[in-house]
Ligand binder design. Structure first.
Ligand code: ADP
Length: 627
């Protein structure tokens, strides 16, 4: 049979593995053992519902074997196995997820930080092996197949002889070179050490025939070799140990291995809870969002163990959507081992556990926010959006849980602040929590509407995410203070005198504004004197429930529902343009129409709203320029 070539991407990765100068080559064993353990998990899950599997839980195991003469190290599992197709698909091609951009950045960077991150685990075998043979028999199949490769020249798949279901991976260990020793991977103590270091909590026994020298019976200087099968991993799960016996490094190592993250989490929650719900939980708050976090593909959930036995890998009922980023596991003796997924959903005990877990997560986040703001900000940058969606969803049902966890950028602090921090430093007599929306912090900061507010010393929350205004609307108020947009309604900023003066000016210019409004008939519902502008000539604001930002967001959504904010063109009476408008009203009404159009369009552009007819606008401006 002809050799098949690896796909281009795989080839490149393979080259990296073969020529790796990676110092932790030993991790290849962790990768292979972890694959074996996953494969056993799969068959074990099947065995819960399919009596044909015929293997008892205690019979699942991973076997290591060293053969020094042949220079081989073999890893065998009695897991689910692979069909010929799967061998081809899983081992012939990598980068299944298509995320292969890492090569550019990482090749330059730390050589290989990518192991395990993109499902390249198996390939790490080529860091230590000159040839790899995978014999596998899939559960439910009569035939076994063999996949072989020496890395560089592609791979081959053919039928082979293998009786038992599962996978056997044989590595021919490379010869030593001047720089590098490979013999160590044929030393039993070295292998035992690697297993202890990386795979100690693998749930299935990792066994090996271990040779011991012992004194010959009846002799005091003659030794003989005794061979005994030993289990190399302790299997005592970390979450069942006492907190005081676990270091942060151990917690983090467990996290990285189990949940496939290369970065350390921002927080660890380890708790043993007794009472109405009795369980052990070990949970982590990641420091960054997985690439698919904000997509439909992301599956939330915690691993669920019943008395130390994994019964579900992602139990979604344990986590509310707004805390879906939490990774971890729950182990409870209150749950039955053989409970079906359907029944589990309605399980009273599980509901109690979920409630209790939610509280723990909330407390942990609040603690982090107070005690380590930098870490909290890192967390919030990754997952804040999810918390804000949580505020908004279900008609704000969860606002009490979430209102103190969300943060917004503050105009005065120039960083993220909580609503509590905002309200605590509100000015004497300040009625509202002010906010302004836009595409970016800079853009909002330059909005005409925010100038006067800032000038008068008010703090403004800058909202840059689509969901922000909706979340605040759902929240309605915080600590008795209502939210108020800098771009909507009456801000109530003036003194009584200023108010009177404004009313007088407005009254005098009533006809002018009516004329302008007619000129902009379908575009604005009102033209009025502005109370919020300082140096800018005009701005666009809105009256009523729907703000300009909401209009933008809702109309971007892929539904037919379109909304329109009631647009208001506001004119600054203190700006010279106002005198000009007044005089045009007396002398040249046609030109006043053009001015109205131009000012309106400018206000839209400042606001970041797309202009209906940019060509018309450009022509009008040009006409004026050549005048
Ligand atoms: P990852 O484990 O990250 O998906 P790998 O390259 O290590 O990436 O493995 C690719 C795939 O090959 C696995 O997802 C699994 O489907 C399959 N596989 C690897 N090792 C085994 C094994 N021992 N038994 C069954 N399937 C395996």
């Amino acid at each position: 049979m002809a050799k098949k070539q690896f796909k281009a991407e795989s080839k490149r990765l393979l080259d990296m593995m073969i020529n790796s100068i990676y110092t932790h080559k030993e991790i290849f064993l962790r990768e292979l053992i972890s694959n074996a353990s996953d494969a056993i998990d799969k068959l074990y899950f099947k065995s819960l519902t399919d009596s044909n599997v015929g293997i008892a839980r205690e019979d699942f195991k991973i076997t290591l074997a060293i053969n020094k003469q042949n220079r081989t190290l073999t890893i065998t599992d009695n897991g689910i196995g692979m069909t010929a197709d799967e061998l081809e698909k899983n081992l012939g091609v990598i980068a299944k997820s298509g995320s292969f951009d890492f090569k550019e950045q990482n090749e330059k960077k730390d050589n290989i930080d990518i192991i395990g991150q993109f499902g390249v685990g198996f390939y790490s075998a080529f860091m230590v092996a000159s040839k790899v043979t995978v014999k596998s028999k899939a559960y439910g199949s009569d035939e076994a197949f063999e996949w072989t490769s020496n890395g560089t020249q592609g791979y081959e798949v053919k039928v082979c002889d293998k009786q038992s279901v599962g996978t056997e991976i044989e590595l021919v260990i490379k010869d030593n070179t001047d720089e590098e020793s490979y013999d160590e991977y044929l030393e039993q103590y070295r292998i035992m050490g690697i297993v202890k270091k990386y795979s100690n909590y693998i749930r299935y026994p990792i066994v090996m025939d271990v040779e011991h020298e012992k004194l010959k019976e009846g002799s005091d200087n003659e030794y003989e070799t005794e061979i005994a099968t030993e289990t190399l991993n302790s299997m005592v799960p970390i979450w069942r140990k006492n907190k005081s016996d676990i270091t942060l490094d151990e917690y983090n190592a467990f996290y990285k291995e189990t949940f496939f993250d290369t970065e350390e989490p921002v927080a660890v929650i380890h708790s043993k809870t007794e009472g109405s719900a009795t369980y052990n939980a070990l949970m982590y708050i990641p420091s960054r969002a997985p690439y698919n976090y904000y997509t439909k593909d992301f599956e939330k959930g915690l691993q669920l163990y019943a008395s130390g036995v994994l019964i579900m890998d992602k139990c979604s009922d344990l986590l509310p959507d707004y805390f879906s980023f939490v990774k971890g596991l729950v182990d409870s003796e209150d749950l039955s081992l053989n409970i079906s997924r359907e029944l589990l959903q309605h399980d009273r005990q599980l509901k109690l556990i979920a409630k209790s877990i939610e509280k723990k997560i909330k407390n942990e986040l609040e603690k982090l926010q107070k005690t380590d703001r930098d870490k909290y900000v890192k967390f919030f940058e990754a997952f804040g959006l999810q918390l804000k969606f949580g505020l908004y969803n279900n008609y704000g049902m969860n606002k009490d849980t979430l209102k103190d966890l969300v943060m917004f950028y503050s105009s005065s602090e120039k960083k993220l602040v909580t609503l509590a921090e905002y309200t605590q430093r509100m000015k004497e007599g300040q009625e509202f929590i002010f906010f302004a929306s836009g595409e970016s912090i800079d853009r909002i900061d330059n909005l005409p509407q925010t100038e006067l507010l800032k000038d008068k010393g008010y703090e403004i929350l800058y909202l840059t995410d689509n969901v922000d205004e909706f979340a605040l609307q759902m929240l309605f108020e915080y600590d008795g203070k209502k939210f108020k947009s800098a771009s909507a309604g009456d801000l109530d900023l003036e003194s009584t005198e200023e108010k009177e003066q404004n009313e007088k000016t407005a009254e005098q210019s009533k006809d002018l504004f009516t004329f302008m409004q007619e000129a902009l008939k379908d575009k604005v519902s009102t033209v009025r004197l502005s109370q919020r502008l300082k140096t800018h000539p005009v701005c666009i604001t809105s009256d009523g429930e729907i703000s300009l930002e909401m209009e933008k967001v809702i109309n971007q959504m892929p539904t037919d529902a379109k909304v329109k904010a009631k647009r208001v063109l506001e004119i600054n009476a203190k700006h010279p343009i106002f005198e000009k408008l007044k005089s045009l009203f007396e002398s040249d009404k046609e030109l006043l129409k053009t001015y109205s159009e131009i000012l309106y369009t400018q206000a839209l552009m400042i606001e970041g709203i797309s202009v209906d007819d940019p060509v018309d606008y450009s022509n009008k401006v040009c006409e004026l320029l050549v005048k």
